[in-house]
Design a protein around this ligand. Structure first.
Ligand code: TRP
Length: 330
């Protein structure tokens, strides 16, 4: 048994992984695996809450997400990697927690109405979608995890997880679940190729699965400072989405160089983009290599998932024995 504190986080398998997911989540997960007892999983049931009408996408994205976990640097010898739907105990705990969760708590979670608005084209007036944060609570507390690395958007979900853990312990008079805490780390915001936040739904993302050609094409066609029309015009890098990406992927020296070059018309936008392309390739190169290796080795991938899932299941079975017991199910 490890005496390191436990960290847990999940990512929905609802499509491809982009540079924003990499910098905002996966690279942090990779750092944490060095010091914590980390559990990382593919939240495929969560993906179903909004993607239930598209089983084809589900089928493709689970393995691809695990491939991206590994390609980003998660090491199955250092952390436990698994797939949510393979561990039925998550669903059992979700069901049991639903007995003690006041409806109002779920209705009040701000992401509930926000996401419904955002995805208006889908019917999200479902029971499963309302229960999204409760399923997430089950995911977390079933491991009795202390820290949950997530983005600020997930803070309301962590808040309800804490409330539910507290309510459960209070009702059954036993400290079964520690209250989990969001582990918020400051990350550079990764803008998309149009300057807005990088997001699948905006169509402005650079994906880990993009080819070198696609990445190059996406960056080459980016808009820059709209006021800089001719090569001889001076520009303001702060108005250029390209420069915003330099802030994430380029060294300080390179950032200064392209900024000065832009302000003095010393370099053109293409020169500036070439530097960015080189640096994005440097990040993606090893990821592409690892993706290819894993794609050619499905048996290895299967074994990694199998081993992680068995290990995680042991923990969930222990927790569920306690839960069933205090709830009178034994
Ligand atoms: N809701 C999370 C997201 O969209 C994914 C998730 C599901 C998760 N279960 C979790 C994150 C448990 C942390 C812990 O990013």
């Amino acid at each position: 048994m490890s005496n390191k504190e436990r960290v847990l986080s999940g990512m929905q398998s609802s499509g491809r992984v982009h540079l924003g997911n990499l910098v905002g989540a996966l690279q942090n997960w990779v750092r944490l695996q060095e010091t914590y007892d980390c559990y990382y999983f593919v939240a495929d049931w969560h993906a179903l809450t909004t993607g239930y009408a598209n089983p084809e996408l589900m089928r493709e994205s689970v393995n691809d997400l695990v491939i991206n976990f590994l390609a980003a640097g998660l090491d199955p010898d250092k952390c436990t990697i698994f797939v949510q739907s393979r561990i039925l105990e998550h669903a059992e705990l979700h069901l049991l927690l639903s007995m003690i969760t006041p409806l109002g708590w779920l209705e009040r979670v701000p992401t509930y109405k926000e996401k419904q608005q955002e995805l208006r084209e889908r019917d999200l007036s479902t029971y499963g979608f309302l229960g999204y944060p409760l399923l997430q609570t089950a995911d977390i507390i079933i491991y009795r995890a202390k820290h949950v690395p997530v983005g600020v958007d997930q803070v309301p979900h962590l808040e309800i997880s804490r409330e539910i853990a507290r309510r459960f312990n209070g009702l059954y008079n036993k400290e079964i679940f520690p209250e989990p805490e969001a582990l918020l780390t400051a990350f550079p915001k990764v803008p998309g190729v149009d300057g807005r936040k990088m997001s699948k739904s905006y169509g402005n993302a650079i994906y880990l699965s993009d080819s070198a050609k696609e990445v190059e094409q996406k960056i080459r066609t980016m808009t820059t400072d709209p006021a800089r029309i001719k090569r001889t015009d001076i520009g303001n890098p702060e108005f250029s989405p390209v420069f915003q990406l330099h802030k994430v992927f380029s060294s300080k020296e390179e950032q200064d160089e392209v900024a000065v070059g832009c302000r003095t018309a010393g370099i053109g936008c293409i020169d500036c983009k070439k530097v960015l392309i080189k640096n994005v390739f440097e990040v993606l190169g090893p990821i592409w290599a690892k993706r290819e290796e894993l794609a050619n080795n499905p048996e290895q991938l299967r074994q990694i998932i199998e081993a992680g899932t068995s290990k995680a299941r042991k923990v969930t079975q222990e927790t569920m024995a306690l839960v069933r017991d205090v709830m009178g199910l034994r």
